[in-house]
Ligand binder design. Structure first.
Ligand SMILES: *Cc1c(COP(=O)(O)O)cnc(C)c1O
Length: 381
């Protein structure tokens, strides 16, 4: 059996090596390292994949979030509501811009932002909500959009972990996550579902005006060369990364299918275990692209399980071990423990298993057997 890895970038590269090498060499030979035709090609292909009017590539997923908020023209003191249980980048950019982050609890089933908690913190200062489609699963966009409309709030979807997921509306229609709110953002960090061979990110919107504003902002606030109308940043996706991403985009559905297949195998082997809660999935599989496969460990020693897996050369991750409202940089007197019951509980229960496009059946068998061995249960069929 191949050595088990949390993410197998080498195995994935091996399958597309020739195409990628050729395209990288061509890009280098062209010497159009910045804003080469590869960037425009990738942008257009991603627009059609996502069925969104505008994709604006940028340097990374954190920049994408920051620039999205800049594009909305929010003022210092404006409040932006987001989930307590996410990667810090989401809240970091809010604070960095002098806006006030308002963290709220999450739903125990999906780990995504909890709508009742959002509604409780809405104030006259609230200007935007950032739902995060965490671990590959679409947040409740229909509920979020309704709430946003009622209170006149912008919605910026942090889609760093869920590119390629579909959100299904109550009427059965579907849209890609990241294309439903005013703006969506993503990251092409190498381990993301669509990963570059370095850093990268993108911003999506169907709003022509916002797209125009943002395109200038990523380029020093320039709309006409050397005319700086607004304060911008320098945030670009480079041509080599765009060339690689353009190849990998063709395989994104296949990659996401491979992740789903691995998740379903994990589910099969772990579903009836009394100490485990397998990932929730709404209706069909399309709403979840399994950036992570995250279990909750109930009434058992989660940290002991981590140790046991590591002792058996099985990597695993705790995403995320500390609620954001307890992080030194983001804590505030406004937060009360009773408002974060779910996050405070799940940070002690979650464990993310190896998840990537190259997991084999025997690896999944070994991982799940090792988990059951620790939890002291006999093997289910
Ligand atoms: C990865 C990630 C980001 C940041 O992306 P970078 O490209 O690493 O800057 C933002 N939000 C979430 C939820 C992420 O997982």
């Amino acid at each position: 059996m191949k050595k088990i890895q949390m993410v197998d970038l080498k195995g994935q590269y091996d399958q597309i090596q020739e195409q990628v090498n050729q395209s990288v060499l061509n890009t280098i030979a062209s010497t159009q390292f910045i804003n080469g035709p590869q960037v425009k090609d990738f942008q257009e292909h991603l627009e059609s994949y996502l069925n969104v009017k505008h994709v604006i590539p940028c340097a990374n997923g954190t920049d994408a979030l920051q620039i999205a908020l800049m594009g909305l023209g929010l003022k210092p003191g404006d409040e932006v509501i987001t989930a307590d249980f996410t990667f810090a980048a989401t809240v970091e950019v809010i604070s960095l811009l002098g806006l006030t982050p308002v963290l709220v609890d999450v739903d125990p089933a999906t780990f995504n932002i909890d709508l009742e908690s959002v509604e409780k913190v809405i104030s006259p200062k609230s200007k935007a909500i950032i739902p995060v489609h965490l671990f590959g699963q679409a947040a409740d966009m229909e509920g979020i959009m309704a709430l946003a409309e009622k209170h006149n709030l912008y919605v910026v979807e942090d889609n760093a972990q869920s590119i390629g997921a579909d959100y299904t509306f109550n009427d059965g229609s579907k849209k890609r996550t990241g294309t439903i709110g005013d703006i969506g953002t993503t990251s092409f960090f190498p381990s993301k579902n669509l990963g570059a061979y370095g850093d990268g990110g993108a911003i999506f919107t169907n709003n022509d005006e916002l797209a125009h504003t943002i395109r200038g902002m990523v380029n020093h606030g320039m709309y006409v060369r050397y005319h700086h109308d607004v304060v911008g940043v320098n945030s670009r996706l480079d041509s080599v990364q765009a060339a690689i991403l353009d190849i990998k985009l063709k395989y994104l559905d296949y990659y996401n299918e491979s992740r789903k297949a691995a998740a379903l195998k994990y589910n099969q082997r772990l579903k009836d275990h009394p100490n485990l809660i397998i990932p929730y999935r709404k209706g069909d599989c399309d709403s979840h692209v399994y950036h992570q496969y995250t279990l909750r460990v109930i009434d058992a020693d989660r940290d002991g399980l981590v140790q046991h897996l590591n002792n058996n050369n099985i990597p695993c991750g705790i995403y995320y071990p500390i609620p954001l409202h307890q992080q030194k940089a983001y804590t505030s007197e406004r937060y009360k423990a009773e408002d974060f019951k779910v996050t405070l509980q799940i940070v002690n229960e979650v464990i993310s298993l190896p998840m990537h496009t190259e997991l084999s059946d025997d690896q999944i068998d070994f991982i799940t057997d090792t988990i059951k061995e620790f939890l002291g249960q006999t093997l289910a069929v």
